[in-house]
Design a protein around this ligand. Structure first.
Ligand code: ADP
Ligand code: MG
Length: 727
């Protein structure tokens, strides 16, 4: 086995950076392989173009004749760029992307052939996707699933295949994917945010949610990754002694990007440009071999698709550069894990950011309205927001000392806190002209100046206001952003709906002016949601205690955190906002639990295999060497050997001890595992979480101890220092 490790190391050391030709300016490359507005204008008839734009902007239906036209033009465009196939591209509940390619090619009478693609094929397909998780939806209804074109996310060409973003739904209407609920949530936020905007500007007719994700990841040489069964099968290291040097010196963060990684990044960025993914930022992250890429933010649905696409493209480009991308939230113990901060805001069609203060007091009141309503929404649904970021991997990251805790709180900084504190004192009911002027000039009038120099950022907060957007930092690096974005937009939509009802009521029944009513409702919201605001150290134990006092949830693991999503409060929220039905919610609950259980099951099996079949036999080989050595010493030195071979004898005993422990622990873990496997749903997940998982650390401890004792020459598993520092 150790042969694999050393071969892998040699292979890695021989690697040369793969040269990437800079082909053209980024701006020239941008969107070349996307059927965007520009391509549509060139290829579509005027009426087809208008019909598609209407569908994108106002959600209108595209009729069949037009769909035929669009399909033919799309095919011509794609073929002009070398595409031979097309696929509906969707995001089933595995969280990954799915595709099934069909050639444009069709034969006529067996002797002639042509390329064809029509409206039917564009608009709807029925992939035989019976193996995707459905959480019982399809069993219950015996319905098949189909994919349907989502014109709001443009088609693109990747690897000579025309990819058409689609939703994936059962024939009975239930969503079988992540995108459908997201689109419905975006519809809800548009409706309710637009209604609220009309208080400030009657002409506003559309509000978009925006998302800018920051993707963190690790890169490991492909040969080294392949040499580790745990990385290979679980995406993380299940054992491995810490490297003497880790991230202590902070010498990686924002440092010079390693040469091979730089080539990878350049290659990746070119691919992203062609695909219209507006990546802008790249840098080294805190941990060795950890990096980040981030785009310019976009409309949320497009941004979600772009992140999913990016993750696929990254793996493919990485292969060319002999790297493996680790998206796992905690691939290595003892150093930072990876997250995917979701920067979120609301914007108007003309680009105005609703979470950015404006130039007039009225614009600032609009800003405050959206700001306070978001805080209130997070307060009301903090447990659901927490549930939106669950995963087996993120359980290892949240609450570790480098990532936000599983307790949701909102950071707004002391200056905005001061503004909210002032607003708490606004008079109930009608305001005097004096108070109004004072509010406008001295309180909300001062906000822009405040934000300009509001640079203190609390990195420990899971949900932080960073000047003109909220940054949701609890999202895991492997997550599909659709989950958290669906929740965030739904809860804010619901909150804005409530807000409008309350403001309207005050205007009608108490005959308050619009701005007076807004101030009155905001005042109450600020008071009610105070408990969610926390600007202190989110990593400390003190906060955990304080959060309990405040009644905030602190669900530390997936099975516990998930429970909330089938509660009456959450189900009625989704139903009221038309985002998901009870059946759809329950299906997602079941799928999430099952995914958790399966991941834990796989990790447990891999760990048992590696511990027993790799670590223990190696320890025995080394122990035999020691025994042989001791026997020889005895032969030569007689009784004196006891003194000379003292260390060896002790080591033999220590090794025996670890071997015994490993075997006993693996047996116990397997007993617990088989109990878990006899249960299902929540019970099984809880059994894995509470009874199986604790063995991971214990078994690892003994294996890692052996790693420090056994001759390096025969150790089979590539070591942390090699995984983290060879590049
Ligand atoms: P950092 O948080 O690392 O300091 P920035 O604050 O510059 O970085 O931005 C991080 C991300 O936030 C980027 O992807 C950026 O596009 C995104 N972002 C900026 N403004 C908005 C917005 N209005 N809506 C959504 N995302 C935004
Ligand atoms: Mg950030």
């Amino acid at each position: 086995m150790s042969i694999i490790r050393f071969n892998a190391l040699q292979e890695t050391l021989r690697r040369k950076p793969i040269k990437v030709q800079q082909s053209e300016k980024r701006s020239t490359l941008f969107g070349q392989n996307v059927f965007n507005k520009y391509a549509m204008q060139q290829y579509l008839t005027r009426s087809a173009y208008e019909s598609v734009m209407n569908a994108i902007e106002h959600g209108t239906r595209i009729d069949r004749k037009i769909a035929d036209q669009v399909a033919v033009s799309m095919k011509d465009w794609a073929m002009s760029k070398g595409a031979t196939h097309y696929t509906h591209w969707f995001q089933p509940l595995t969280g990954a992307t799915a595709e099934k390619h069909d050639a444009f090619f069709e034969s006529i009478n067996g002797s002639l052939a042509m390329e064809k693609f029509d409206g039917e094929q564009l608009v709807q397909q029925e992939p035989d996707a019976s193996s995707f998780p459905t959480g019982g939806i399809r069993n219950t209804f015996e319905a098949r699933g189909y994919t349907a074109w989502d014109p709001t996310s443009p088609a693109f060409i990747y690897e000579r295949t025309l990819c058409i973003p689609t939703i994936f739904v059962a024939y009975t209407g239930e969503a079988l994917d992540n995108k459908t609920p997201l689109l419905r949530a975006l519809q809800a936020i548009d409706t309710h945010a637009t209604a609220v905007c009309k208080y400030f500007d009657k002409t506003i007719s559309k509000v978009n949610a925006t998302l800018g994700w920051e993707q963190e990841f690790f890169l490991v040489d492909n040969a080294l990754a392949l040499s580790r069964p745990d990385i290979q099968l679980t995406g993380r290291t299940l054992l491995g002694h810490f490297s003497a040097k880790g991230q202590q010196l902070d010498d990686h963060y924002f440092g010079i990007i390693p040469v091979r990684v730089m080539s990878f990044m350049q290659d990746l960025e070119e691919e992203c440009m062609l695909l219209g993914i507006p990546v802008k930022t790249r840098h080294n992250e805190v941990a060795p071999n950890q990096f980040e890429v981030a785009p310019i933010f976009e409309e949320a649905n497009l941004a979600v698709d772009h992140n999913s696409l990016l993750m696929d493209v990254m793996q493919k480009v990485a292969k060319r550069h002999n790297f493996r991308v680790l998206f796992h939230e905690k691939p290595f113990a003892g150093i930072n894990g990876s997250g995917k901060h979701n920067n979120w805001s609301l914007s108007l069609d003309n680009g105005t950011n609703l979470l950015s203060p404006g130039k007039t007091p009225m614009k600032n009141l609009q800003f405050l309205t959206f700001f306070v309503n978001t805080i209130k929404a997070v307060y009301e649904y903090e447990e659901l927001l927490r549930a939106s970021v669950v995963s087996a991997g993120n359980d290892f990251r949240l609450g570790a000392s480098e990532a936000p805790p599983p307790i949701i709180s909102v950071f707004i900084g002391n200056q905005l806190s001061a503004v909210l504190d002032e607003l708490e004192n606004v008079t109930k009911g009608k305001l005097s002209p004096q108070e109004k002027t004072d509010l406008k000039l001295n309180i909300i009038g001062k906000i822009p100046e405040i934000l300009l120099d509001n640079t203190d950022r609390n990195r420990t907060s899971p949900f932080a206001f960073t000047g003109n957007k909220f940054e949701f930092r609890a999202v895991g690096s492997s997550a599909n952003c659709a989950g958290p974005m669906t929740v965030l937009n739904t809860i804010v939509a619901k909150q804005l709906k409530e807000f409008k009802i309350e403001v309207d009521k005050l205007i009608e029944t108490k005959s308050l002016k619009k701005d007076e009513a807004v101030f009155n409702v905001l005042r109450e919201y600020i008071k009610e949601s105070k408990k969610i605001r926390f600007d202190g150290d989110g990593y400390g134990d003190a906060w955990e205690k304080e959060a309990v006092k405040r009644g905030l949830s602190n669900n530390k693991n997936t099975p516990e955190a998930l429970k909330i999503i089938t509660s009456d409060k959450v189900v009625s929220l989704y139903e009221e906002m038309d985002v998901m039905s009870k059946v759809e919610v329950e299906a997602r609950y079941e799928i999430k639990l099952e995914e958790y259980t399966k991941r834990m099951q796989i990790e447990s099996r891999v760990l048992a295999d590696v511990a027993r079949n790799h670590v223990v036999p190696t320890a025995i080989i080394y122990q035999n060497t020691l025994l042989e050595n001791t026997k020889n010493l005895k032969e030569i030195f007689g009784d004196e050997f006891k003194k000379i071979a003292k260390e060896q004898v002790e080591l033999i005993m220590v090794i025996s001890n670890h071997i015994t422990e490993i075997n006993a622990l693996v047996i116990k873990m397997e007993e617990q595992r088989s109990k878990a496997n006899k249960q299902n749903g929540l019970k099984s997940a809880q059994q894995y979480c509470n009874k199986v998982k604790p063995f991971f650390e214990e078994i690892r401890f003994h294996c890692d101890q052996l790693e420090t004792m056994v001759d390096d020459n025969i150790w089979p598993l590539t070591k942390y220092r090699e995984l983290l520092f060879t590049r």
